[in-house]
Design a protein around this ligand. Structure first.
Ligand code: ATP
Ligand code: MG
Length: 384
């Protein structure tokens, strides 16, 4: 029996109470609406402890399912049939749902509306008995062939037989805004995804050297990430002038650290404009020379805001595993020369000290270069 009329959506509730909970639920509903834009569906609204999405006759549930699987904050969801919240109505609906099914079954009822007189265990027994009598199916409590879930709410009850996992995490936006430095590599898209997963609205920044080719690849990465945050913004910042200046005035072994320090400063300028509270990068401890503890410390000093590094403790293989799951891996491994690889030393400094920086940056107009780069930044909001 198809003809679902609702989708029942559950989120992980742990730790969300009072006002925060309303904020969380409202945001989840808003994010769902925006992710579902363009698909046929009825109203999305919150009811105690869950969100209900009404399906219309024209709704294609499989398309809706594909979208909901990417909305952070959703723990699991189910296509459901609704009925009035009366014992007889529930039994009638259960018979319809179980008609034509084969093998064993179990009923799992939850009574969220305490005004419903029958306890959930009694509902399980009553509905179970009715189904056994009419359809000659057998009850099996562990590992049944069919699971029938019943959720009893005040206005209606919902019956369903399948549960799909959502991506977990928190709704994008409930944790505030961050600016994520997005290169064309494997790591930084995963870092951005991680920040979204923990409820951050992410604004992306990409630095590119105009002499080194286009930014199409970064646009493709953004498209994949936008499935979790529709319309996510990307700033692209031309870096050639700044790099030429660094190349002219700074020895090769220091350049990588300097490029990074400039990236942080410029990203921070964008973060202030955007009202973001932190930066995020795909740095992972000791993965490459610029990510030793010493160098990370020196790079960090260029920024006043906290720099979050969600991949700090991940091995490369773990990051690759995540990138494959997220769907960015195939794009990330396409050839692309990141501007950071421009005119750097084979053996860069691995143990920079904060006291080195004044000397190394002495010949540069740091504030002017940052200002110039910010002035050249372009925003890509929708499409490329
Ligand atoms: P990734 O896959 O993120 O490129 P990586 O191992 O190549 O990782 P690095 O190139 O050392 O790492 O860069 C470290 C971090 O610095 C990146 O994860 C990203 O956050 C930031 N970054 C590097 N290059 C750029 C760039 N061109 N534009 C924006 N951010 C960058
Ligand atoms: Mg890189």
């Amino acid at each position: 029996m198809k003809g679902y009329d609702f989708v029942v959506i559950h989120y992980a509730e742990i730790g969300i109470k009072g006002k925060n909970r309303v904020m969380f639920e409202d945001r989840l509903v808003r994010n769902m609406r925006s992710a579902l834009e363009g698909l046929e569906h009825g109203p999305v609204k919150r009811v105690p402890g869950r969100v209900l999405l009404k399906l219309s006759e024209k709704s294609d549930y499989r398309k809706i399912e594909a979208v909901l699987k990417r909305v952070f904050g959703i723990a699991h969801f189910s296509p459901a049939w609704s009925c009035a919240s009366g014992m007889k109505d529930i039994e009638r609906k259960a018979l319809e749902v179980m008609k034509g099914r084969k093998g064993s079954f179990r009923v799992t009822a939850t009574r969220s509306w305490k005004g419903f007189r029958t306890g959930s265990q009694q509902v399980n027994e009553k509905v179970g008995e009715t189904v056994v009598k009419r359809h000659k199916l057998k009850v099996k409590l562990t590992g049944p062939a069919n699971s029938l879930f019943i959720e009893i709410l005040e206005k209606s009850s919902f019956l369903y037989t399948e549960k799909t996992s959502g991506p977990g995490g928190l709704p994008v936006g409930v944790s505030g805004k961050v600016v994520c430095l997005l290169s064309g590599g494997i790591d930084s898209p995963v870092a951005g995804w991680n920040m979204m997963k923990r409820g951050c609205e992410v604004v992306f920044v990409h630095f590119y050297n105009e002499a080194m080719g286009g930014i199409r690849k970064v646009g493709d990465l953004l498209e994949t990430l936008r499935k979790h945050q529709p319309g996510a913004k990307l700033y692209v910042v031309p870096f050639r002038k700044l790099q030429n200046e660094v190349i002219a005035k700074v020895p090769a072994r220091w350049r990588m650290i300097l490029y990074r320090r400039f990236m942080y400063r410029i990203a921070e300028g964008i973060a202030r404009k955007e009202g973001a509270k932190a930066l995020a990068t795909g740095e992972s401890l000791a993965q490459v020379a610029s990510q030793t503890l010493d160098n990370l410390g020196v790079i960090q000093e260029a920024a006043d805001m906290p720099v979050l590094r969600p991949l700090l403790g991940y091995d490369k293989a773990e990051i690759i595993g995540l990138a494959k799951r997220i769907g960015t891996y195939e794009t990330s491994i396409k050839p692309y020369q990141d501007c950071c690889s421009f005119m750097i030393a084979k053996h860069p400094v691995t143990r920079a000290r904060p006291s080195d920086m004044e000397r190394v940056e002495a010949g540069l107009d740091v504030a002017g270069l940052v200002k110039g780069a910010l002035a050249g930044a372009e925003v890509f909001k929708h499409g490329r």
